[in-house]
Design a protein around this ligand. Structure first.
Ligand code: SAM
Length: 266
């Protein structure tokens, strides 16, 4: 990339990978199967895209910055397995875009723009885009929140939400020195593998509302955060797990949240 002619845009979270070693490692961790379509959010100048086109049947990129159009067009002359949509990923009907392709496996592999990491991952879930595996680079602190275990300080409502759908694993750290311009934070590559079977929840919207309410004031006991719920029922479920209403949300596993939710809502 001709850095002299391109002005990196902070507002788009533009920190580009400097060389091929990290993109190669990311793609290795994805273990892309035959007949796969890979979605990449934010190809930038194509550091990761270059490796993706060599490993996937089809690559579908979304890039918000139209100034990158020429750089990317040059880079992928002669490749017929890449499409780039110049638009805001968050606003796209991705399922509609996908109808143009045939494939057996769907991945999302990206060095995500950090200002919208959670909205991008949440969109995949809420729009029911059938991604079976995501391998994404995110800010290290955010990765700890995604993959946190009950009882740790990073465990929060987003952890429970994401872990309901995906098995989440921190794969490897990436130093801030691997990017241009150099960000103020270090990064982590995280993999999300779609769970084959989801726990049975009677009412999904109310389940996620219950989880959010449970974490409203993190240091408070469940009794206080769930004042407006049927505490008698909550207490009965907690007893089955040898817990009581003095417990804090950060100590409850996904299974306990599901059990509480299913006893409250039908
Ligand atoms: N993949 C490149 C790399 O690893 O070198 C660039 C990664 S950079 C962290 C994030 C990229 O996402 C930028 O190219 C930025 O313009 C793009 N981007 C930011 N917001 C976006 C959005 N809402 N939709 C699509 N692309 C976006």
């Amino acid at each position: 990339m001709q850095k002299d002619f391109f002005h990196f845009k902070k507002k788009f979270g533009q920190n580009f990978l400097k060389d091929e070693s990290i993109p190669r490692k990311i793609v290795e961790h994805a273990s892309i199967l035959e007949d796969s379509l890979v979605i990449e959010v934010g190809p930038g100048s194509g550091a990761l895209t270059k490796i993706l086109v060599q490993n996937a049947k089809q690559v579908l990129c979304y890039e918000i910055d139209t100034e990158l159009e020429d750089v990317l067009a040059q880079q992928f002359i002669g490749y017929d397995n890449i499409s780039i949509i110049y638009d805001d990923f968050l606003k796209r009907d991705v399922k509609e875009d996908l109808t143009r392709y045939s494939y057996s496996h769907l991945y999302l592999i990206a060095n995500l723009p950090y200002y919208i990491t959670t909205p991008i991952i949440t969109k995949v879930i809420e729009d029911a885009i059938p991604v079976e595996k995501m391998v994404v680079m995110v800010q290290k602190e955010v990765a700890y929140r995604f993959s946190a275990k009950p009882g740790s300080k990073d465990y929060s409502s987003i952890t429970v939400f994401l872990n309901y759908y995906y098995d989440i694993k921190n794969e490897f750290e990436v130093s801030r020195n691997c990017f241009i311009p150099k960000p103020n934070v270090d990064s982590m590559v995280v993999s999300f593998t779609r769970k084959k079977e989801l726990l049975s929840v009677h009412n999904l919207p109310l389940f996620f509302q219950l989880v959010r309410d449970s974490f409203r004031y993190k240091r408070k006991m469940l009794r206080n955060n769930l004042k407006n719920y049927d505490l008698e029922k909550v207490s009965q479920v907690l007893e089955r797990y040898h817990l009581d209403l003095k417990v804090r949300a950060e100590e409850l596993s996904l299974e306990v949240f599901v059990a509480i939710s299913n006893s409250l809502f039908s």
